[in-house]
Design a protein around this ligand. Structure first.
Ligand code: SAM
Length: 188
């Protein structure tokens, strides 16, 4: 919540990519720069999965609706309960909504959240806090997840880069560019 257009686009893109790569199903944002949505769609086309960017009409109605539906709200804040203590309880939940801020988060959020959780009691970044939280909850299992419909897959190497055709459909849109120096993935 509270992302500032333009200035925060890169950080917001990273929040979305970390959420996707660490097992979340979707991200909710007040305002979406089309470039962020475009980046996520290109990444989905190349690397699979159905991670979504959803636009919302403000954080308050979303939190109220999610709570009414039975979701549990985790707010990441340096002032919260240490993640080492909270992780065991969070692991038992099936439907979590994680709130991160781009700037000062309204006090009301602290009250609406089921858990206010800190990743260390020092200020750092919503990207890092989200990654650590999702990893602590899933204990690394997120890295073995299958991303359905991927066009490309990485074959892990000790050195160098190996990207292969994963057989996913080619829906026509452009794929995410490969990092510089990568060979083109072999097709068929
Ligand atoms: N001064 C802001 C505040 O009062 O929350 C810090 C903003 S920080 C740049 C952006 C977001 O990163 C925070 O809203 C929070 O979600 C997350 N964050 C930063 N440090 C954190 C920490 N130690 N533990 C958990 N989340 C943190």
């Amino acid at each position: 919540m509270g992302q500032r257009a333009v200035r925060d686009d890169r950080v917001t893109t990273h929040v979305a990519l970390v959420a996707r790569a660490f097992g979340a199903a979707r991200i909710f944002m007040d305002e979406v720069n089309p470039e962020i949505r475009g980046t996520v769609e290109r990444v989905n086309r190349s690397w699979g999965g159905s991670f979504e960017v959803r636009v919302i009409d403000g954080w308050r109605p979303l939190l109220l609706k999610k709570k009414a539906e039975g979701s549990r709200i985790v707010h990441l804040t340096m002032y919260g309960e240490p993640v080492n203590r909270a992780a065991g309880r969070l692991r038992e939940e099936r439907d979590l909504l994680v709130v991160v801020g781009a700037e000062k988060v309204p006090r009301e959020v602290y009250g609406m959240a089921h858990w206010n959780v800190s990743v260390g009691a020092q200020p750092h970044s919503e990207v890092a806090a989200l990654a650590v939280l999702l990893d602590r909850i899933q204990e690394g299992a997120q890295f073995s997840a299958e991303y359905a419909g991927a066009r490309r897959a990485i074959v892990p190497q000790e050195r160098g880069k190996r990207v292969v055709d994963a057989g996913g459909p080619d829906p026509g849109g452009p794929a995410a560019p490969l990092p510089p120096g990568d060979p083109a993935p072999p097709r068929g």
